[in-house]
Design a protein around this ligand. Structure first.
Ligand code: XIL
Length: 406
């Protein structure tokens, strides 16, 4: 009884707090989502936040649908890990992005090191894609069909797929996916496309190669693994997205995290991170054909970044105690401004200029000490009727509409 009452309060407060997806939809996006780490699903605080449809209405498996997880040995398909997030999506009525098929990484040794020729490797790709898409038939809103086929210098990545098949592995993969499940949207997905450099150029070429082959491609995913202080401006990002929508495909941000290059971040770095996030979300709002936004995890507690980029991190919208960071407030403010058609000035960096919270105002973390706001909470601004003191940090004016406990 007591436990149930506590649970109801917790769930209730999450429902009130969550709003990224609600605002994103009101702003014209199809969804606002997150990846889910399959190993974290017994953490109830984590689950309560990500189950909240007003916060996240789309999910994607962090690792469970990769080739090494689904077909670790040839012909031996294993659905246990892949189904974890698919089942969560179904239970919660969330859109499922499915990730990923033809990729050089997290690829089992039997594929990577096999002695293939054109015919045998084509069959391996087609069998994997057909079997996996049929298993998830009707469940995947998108599939990332090919992932990271270009290297960081803008050359074709030296993968087993490219070595054996040249660029033909692209249309082969996309044809196979459409044939196996005509109802899912087919994406090419990569990182560092955001910088509009040689890698972006070869990716434009890639879309054209797929289209010239008569193969289906519906979208390009910008992963958005970015760095605080080095993230392009909202306008530059929007222009880069438009290079792809001009080809007749949609675009989406698919794996966004914006990491600090050194830790711990100081207060200014947290504000810059918020502005960077606002620029990325804002660029999607600015482009017809940018349809959705997905973060690669939502809490610093479980982000992949510190494992892959030692010494870097704190890249997410929530801290490792599930507190909302300034970046969360920036994102919700930009979405709220777009949702109500209000002004949405491109954030600058520095100084902090969160756009005015408009109606509905961003919900802030509940006050966590008497009647004062907790860390990151709002503590003032035009039209603000809530607490004007901080139980943690001090109240600092960010702009005329928004003061925050920092
Ligand atoms: C990452 C996961 O987050 C890690 O847990 C895993 O160890 C490595 O892969 N681009 C992608 C994602 O397409 O699948 C990667 O995910 C991050 C980079």
């Amino acid at each position: 009884m007591y436990v149930k009452a506590i649970l109801a309060v917790l769930l209730g407060s999450q429902a009130v707090n969550g709003q990224l997806a609600k605002l994103a939809r009101e702003a014209g996006l199809e969804y606002f989502g997150t990846c889910i780490g399959e190993g974290n699903t017994n953490d109830q605080t984590y689950m309560n936040i990500l189950r909240n449809l007003d916060e996240f209405d789309q999910v994607v498996p962090e690792n469970g649908q990769k080739w090494d997880s689904l077909q670790p040995q040839q012909g031996n398909f294993n659905w246990g890990q892949g189904d974890i997030v698919a089942n969560i999506a179904r239970q919660n009525n969330q859109l499922l992005r499915c990730h990923t098929l033809t990729w050089h990484s997290q690829l089992p040794g039997w594929v990577r090191d096999g002695n293939w020729n054109r015919q045998t490797l084509t069959a391996v790709i087609e069998t994997h894609i057909a079997t996996v898409l049929r298993h998830y038939q009707g469940q995947c809103y998108h599939w990332d069909v090919v992932n990271e086929a270009a290297d960081d210098n803008g050359n074709w990545r030296n993968s087993v797929f490219y070595r054996v098949l040249g660029t033909d592995f692209l249309p082969i993969s996309f044809f196979a996916a459409r044939q196996a499940d005509p109802s899912t949207k087919l994406y090419y997905n990569d990182y560092n496309l955001e910088y509009n450099n040689a890698k972006t150029d070869i990716t434009v070429e890639m879309v054209k190669i797929i289209q010239r082959a008569g193969a289906p491609i519906d979208g390009v995913g910008f992963q958005g693994h970015l760095i605080v202080g080095s993230t392009p401006s909202r306008q530059a990002l929007a222009n880069t997205l438009r290079r792809f929508t001009a080809l007749g495909v949609e675009v989406a941000y698919t794996e966004v995290d914006i990491r600090h290059a050194s830790l711990p971040p100081n207060q200014q770095a947290l504000v810059t991170q918020g502005n960077d996030y606002a620029n990325v979300v804002g660029s999607c709002l600015d482009v017809d054909g940018c349809i959705g936004f997905t973060v690669w995890g939502f809490t610093d507690k479980y982000s992949w970044i510190p494992h892959t980029f030692p010494g870097e991190g704190d890249a997410m919208l929530y801290d490792s105690n599930f507190g909302k960071k300034p970046a969360w407030t920036s994102v919700s403010s930009v979405l709220a401004a777009a949702a109500t058609g209000g002004p949405s000035p491109p954030p600058t960096s520095p100084p902090p200029t969160n756009p005015p919270p408009t109606n509905p105002p961003p919900t802030n973390p509940p006050p966590s000490g008497g009647n004062c706001s907790g860390m990151w909470g709002q503590c003032g601004g035009q039209g603000w009727n809530g607490p004007t003191c901080c139980s943690q940090g001090t109240c600092q004016q960010q702009n005329p509409w928004y003061s925050q406990c920092l």
